[in-house]
Structures are given as structure tokens and as C-alpha cells.
Design a protein around this ligand. Structure first.
Ligand code: BES
Ligand code: ZN
Length: 587
């Protein structure tokens, strides 16, 4: 037995799934999917073998081979993190297995929204979020990025609703008050990239290969906000090679979507908080687009090498930004990233888990949603910047392009990257002391620092109440840095003077708004509690929930309020966010 992934029962000595066919019927009443999945093996089983599948809260009714002959199977012992896996006993010569099942009403990947929780208010909505290990709550599978599959799928939904998937749409048919939508994903993907949404959805073209989907009432503002997407794709192609996924469509999610964005192939999912009205948050689109190369084309083999997905993607995101908005803008984003990184490293240090700040982590027995932090993003980014500086941009670009070329549609670990560097640029890793970055906690003292005159200007004013003339022309990112750099010791008078002058408590950019709420809370002020309550009642993005709840929970006087707010809102949160915040408040 050899397991390539601590978060999956996938076993190298057993058959490998290479293709799957999934047919699901969506029932909004019972909040369940009834489905059939056929898992096709890469090679027929040579001898009788157990075939272990990840599953969580699935109710399986029938298990057969692909010709319909019943197979013996059993549930394996449940595990709090992994779920309740299944073992199917496969005879020699079998080319796959088929399972009929339904999902549990509490499937961790799925959020079922009442019409009242949507923008339009008339139709229900369903969406999935499978990263990191939630695909197994939607279908039994080898739920590890070490296993890539192509797929065909269909979704049967009540007529009037539209089903979209992160795949190529095929035809659809309506019959008896229901519509079946068909999809195909011809490229092999890790299971965490399986994704769908069902709701009152409309779309508008942004370019020949990109359109935006969302509820009809948001379409005009979404199309305006993301108008520049084709320029991002073109910039990315000139940096990283041809875009391999045919389409880059966007789906603006309901506000409870727990992430800023999710790089589902061909159909990136985005939080509606990006609709700031001034295109100030399109770096998130650049980030998800960059995953089309770093993450989706070349995928971390398991969550212990997550930095190969996210660190590379932050690096790629900032290269796209640099190409479109200039070096200085990219540096401002890097400075924000540095703040987040230092804060996270201090938090892990304090929690007694500094080992989670290595780039290469050990995660057996640790839930990847709990281990999630900006460290693989921003520390990974800094290592790549250090390597770029040491190699020179031209050589480093060649190294990066070679990496993407060599591992296209493959799954990689940290040693693969080390080997690639040693081959193309012998001695480069040693030059930046890469082993320290990779296997030691914390931020190396010689880590590259963001430099720009605009940064210096912001830093000089942080902690003061500046004149309007001194900040004329500041963009959202400068405001965010200003607020983050302001000491948490501002007086009530200073806080209210700031808000009066710059209106942070009604800022449309949620990064600025949340930075302001945190500054106020952490300075010991209660003035913003109504705004905090209102924000937490509207938005389910974990990047905001976590620090806001932590700030409330961290102060004795607001701790009960944290609990009240969580109880009030938890039924509206995605199951992943609900679990993460419940865990935080229990500490
Ligand atoms: N793939 C991630 C989101 C994710 C990570 C979901 C791990 C589940 C488990 C996505 O690409 C991401 O990083 N989103 C960021 C955006 C950002 C860094 C610009 C987010 O949601 O904030
Ligand atoms: Zn990402």
C-alpha cells in the first residue's frame, strides 16, 4: 500500500481512475443530488483488487462494474477529516466501477440557497466548492490531485433554472418540467476542479473566448467590472504560453461564496464583492486566470505542496498586473501580501505551530481547510522573486516556462521543482538558500522587499489624519495599505475624523472597508459594531470573516457579540466557512 496523498485513500497499488461519467438530478426540496457515477480505469485490473474511494456523507445504493454486474463493497471506518471512504472489490479484468448514490443534505462542498438568499429573490441556487477535499461529498472518487480525470456530466434541474459547469457545455433537453444540461471536460483535471452552479443565470460576452455569468440583475455591472478580461488573457499568454482551456468564462457567485475566487477550469467562480464599481479588484481575476497555468495545468500532487499552486500563481498574477498596470502597482500588491504574510507567521508562531509556515508542509492528520493561510501564497511568491532576482528575469522566465512545459497536465511535488531548477540553473537554489525557504519556518531575513515611491508616501502618512490634498489620486490599494499600517492605537476622535474625511465605513471596495473595520475594532472602538454586523450578515468570504470574527472574539467585551453574530448568520454560510469559523470561536 502506498498513498500519494495524506488527505485521500487513493492507493498506488490499486486501479487509477482516468475518466468519469456523472449524471446528477438536483432536488432543491430535499437538498440532495441523486446521481450515478462511472469511474473508468486507466488500465483494466490485472488481478482481483480492493478499490478505495473517498466519500463523505454519501448514501450509496448500488455498486456494479461497467457492464452492470453487482460488486461487493463496504464502507471503511469514518475519519473526521477524510470522511467515510468506500472499498469496492473489483474482479480481474474490470475496466471500471459504477455507483448509484445520493448526497447527504449536509454535503460539505454544496451550498443550497433559498430564493431569499439570492440577488433576484425568486429562484433557489446551488453551487459547489470542491477544493481542497470536498469533491468526495459530491461523488465517490479518488479525491486527490495525484489523480487526474477527464469527464462527461449531465445535470437535471427544474425548468427555468440554468446549470453551468467548469467544462464545455453541450446540448440540453427539456421534458416534464425539468431540463437536462450536458457537459464535457476533455482535458484531465484534478477532482478538486469539478464545479457547478444552478440558478437563475444569464450571461454576456466579454470577448470571443470569455463571457460573464451571473444572476440577471447583476449582469450589467459584472460585464463592466470585468471588461478587461481579454487583455489579461493576452498578457498571460505572452508570459506563460498559449491558453489551453479554450474558454475563460467567469461566474459571479452569491455573496456567501467562501472565497475571493476559485480557478474552476473554463469557468472561474468569483465573489460578488469584486463588483466594486471601479475595477479595483480585478487582480483576483488575474489570479484565477494565472491558475490556468500554475495549478490547473501543473498541479500540486497533494496539499503538502500547495505552494506550487498558490505561490506560483501569486507570482504569475503580479506579472500579469505588472504587464497591464505597471511595476509600481504590482509592488503595492506585493506590499499588501507582505503585511498578510507577517501577520500569519506571527499567528502560527503564537499558536505553537510554526511548522505550518514552511513551504513544504506535513499535513497528515490536519484538515487542509484548517491549515489554509496566506503563507504558501506570499512566502512562495517571495521565494520565486528571490530566484528571479538571482537568475535574472530572462533566465527565470525560461525556467518557469520550461517547468510548465515539462509538467503539462501533470501533478508535481516540491522535489520535482528542485530537480527542475538544478537541471536548468545549477546552483541557483543554493544561491538564495532555498532549503531554508522550503523546509524551515518563518520568513528568511534576506527576503526581497517591495520598493516604490508610492509605498513610501503611504507609509509616511499612516497613523495620521492626512489632508485630502496629500492623498489625492490614491487608489484603493493605497488606502488599504494606509489603514493596515496605521497603529491599532488610534483614539476615538482620530478614528471619527478619518471616517468623516474619507468615508471608509461606506467604502464600496470591501478590502478597504474591512481594513477600516479591523482598524476600528483593534483600536478598541465599538463605533463600527453596527457596520461589522451588517457586513457579516451580507458577505461569506472567509478572507473577511476570519479576521473580523477573530477581532471580535479576541476582545473580552465583544466576545459574546462574536458568538451571537455567528449563531445569527451560520445557516447562511457555506458549510466550509461555517466549520472554519466555528473552530475559531471554540478556541
Ligand atoms: N484556489 C484558491 C481558493 C482555495 C484555496 C479554495 C484552497 C479552497 C482551498 C483561489 O485561487 C484563491 O487563492 N483565491 C484567493 C484570491 C486571491 C489570492 C487573489 C481568495 O479567495 O482570496
Ligand atoms: Zn489561488
Amino acid at each position: 500500500m502506498a498513498r500519494p496523498d495524506p488527505h485521500s485513500v487513493t492507493d498506488d497499488s490499486q486501479p487509477t481512475t482516468r475518466h468519469l461519467e456523472w449524471d446528477a438530478t438536483v432536488d432543491f426540496q430535499s437538498k440532495r443530488l441523486s446521481a450515478t457515477v462511472s469511474l473508468h480505469f486507466k488500465e483494466a485490473a490485472k488481478s482481483p483488487t480492493p478499490f478505495d474511494l473517498d466519500a463523505r456523507a454519501l448514501e450509496v445504493s448500488t455498486v456494479t462494474d461497467l457492464s452492470g454486474a453487482a460488486l461487493k463493497w463496504e464502507a471503511l471506518p469514518p475519519d473526521a477529516i477524510l470522511g467515510t471512504p468506500l472499498r469496492v472489490h473489483v474482479p480481474a479484468g474490470a475496466t471500471g466501477v459504477r455507483l448509484e448514490y445520493r448526497t447527504g443534505p449536509e454535503a460539505s462542498a454544496l451550498q443550497w440557497l433559498e430564493p431569499s438568499q439570492t440577488h433576484g429573490g425568486n429562484q433557489p441556487y446551488l453551487f459547489s466548492q470542491c477544493q481542497a477535499i470536498h469533491a468526495r461529498s459530491v461523488l465517490p472518487c479518488q479525491d486527490s490531485p495525484a489523480r487526474r480525470v477527464s469527464y462527461r456530466a449531465s445535470m437535471n434541474v427544474p425548468s427555468g433554472l440554468v446549470a453551468v459547469m467548469a467544462a464545455a457545455p453541450k446540448n440540453s433537453q427539456s421534458k416534464g418540467g425539468r431540463t437536462t444540461f450536458h457537459f464535457e471536460m476533455p482535458q484531465v483535471i484534478p477532482p478538486y476542479l469539478l464545479a457547478f452552479a444552478v440558478g437563475d443565470l444569464a450571461s454576456k460576452d466579454l470577448s470571443p473566448r470569455s463571457r460573464v455569468w451571473c444572476e440577471p440583475g447583476l449582469l450589467a455591472s459584472a460585464a463592466w467590472e470585468f471588461e478587461g478580461v481579454e487583455r489579461q488573457i493576452e498578457a498571460a499568454e505572452s508570459l506563460f504560453g498559449p491558453y489551453d482551456w479554450e474558454r475563460f468564462d467567469l461566474l459571479v457567485m452569491p455573496p456567501s461564496f467562501p472565497y475571493g475566487g476559485m480557478e474552476n477550469p473554463r469557468l472561474t467562480f468569483l465573489t460578488p464583492t469584486l463588483l466594486a464599481g471601479d475595477r479595483s479588484m480585478v487582480n483576483v481575476v488575474a489570479h484565477e486566470l494565472a491558475h490556468s497555468w500554475t495549478g490547473n495545468l501543473v498541479t500540486n500532487v497533494n496539499a503538502e505542496h500547495f505552494w506550487l499552486n498558490e505561490g506560483f500563481t501569486v507570482f504569475a498574477e503580479r506579472r500579469i498586473l505588472e504587464a497591464l498596470e505597471g511595476h509600481e502597482n504590482a509592488e503595492l500588491h506585493a506590499a499588501l501580501g507582505r503585511n498578510d504574510l507577517e501577520e500569519a507567521v506571527a499567528r502560527f508562531e503564537k499558536a505553537g505551530t510554526p511548522e505550518l509556515t514552511r513551504l513544504r508542509t506535513r499535513l497528515a492528520g490536519i484538515d487542509p481547510d484548517e491549515a489554509f493561510s496566506v503563507v504558501p501564497y506570499e512566502k512562495g511568491y517571495l521565494l520565486l522573486r528571490a530566484l528571479e532576482a538571482a537568475a535574472g528575469r530572462e533566465r527565470f522566465d525560461a525556467l518557469l516556462q520550461g517547468w510548465l512545459e515539462k509538467h503539462r497536465f501533470g501533478s508535481v511535488n516540491t522535489d520535482d521543482f528542485i530537480a527542475h531548477c538544478e537541471q536548468l540553473a545549477p546552483g541557483l537554489l543554493a544561491k538564495v538558500n532555498a532549503p531554508q525557504w522550503i523546509d524551515q519556518p518563518g520568513i528568511p531575513a534576506d527576503a526581497p522587499r517591495a520598493k516604490s515611491a508610492r509605498l513610501d508616501a503611504v507609509k509616511a502618512l499612516a497613523g495620521t489624519v492626512p489632508e485630502a490634498s496629500a492623498v489625492a489620486g490614491w487608489s484603493a490599494i493605497e488606502w488599504q495599505l494606509f489603514l493596515e499600517w496605521s497603529p491599532r492605537t488610534l483614539s476615538a476622535a482620530q478614528l471619527s475624523a478619518l471616517d468623516e474625511r474619507f468615508h471608509f465605513s461606506s467604502a464600496k471596495n470591501t478590502e478597504v472597508h474591512v481594513a477600516w473595520l479591523l482598524l476600528s475594532l483593534q483600536s478598541g472602538s465599538d463605533a463600527m459594531l453596527p457596520q461589522v454586523e451588517s457586513f457579516l450578515g451580507r458577505v461569506g468570504r472567509m478572507k473577511y470573516l476570519k479576521p473580523l470574527f477573530a477581532a471580535l472574539h479576541g476582545r473580552a467585551s465583544t466576545r459574546p457579540f462574536a458568538k451571537t453574530l455567528f449563531e445569527k448568520n451560520s445557516s447562511r454560510l457555506h458549510p466550509i466557512a461555517r466549520q472554519v469559523i466555528a473552530g475559531m470561536l471554540a478556541k
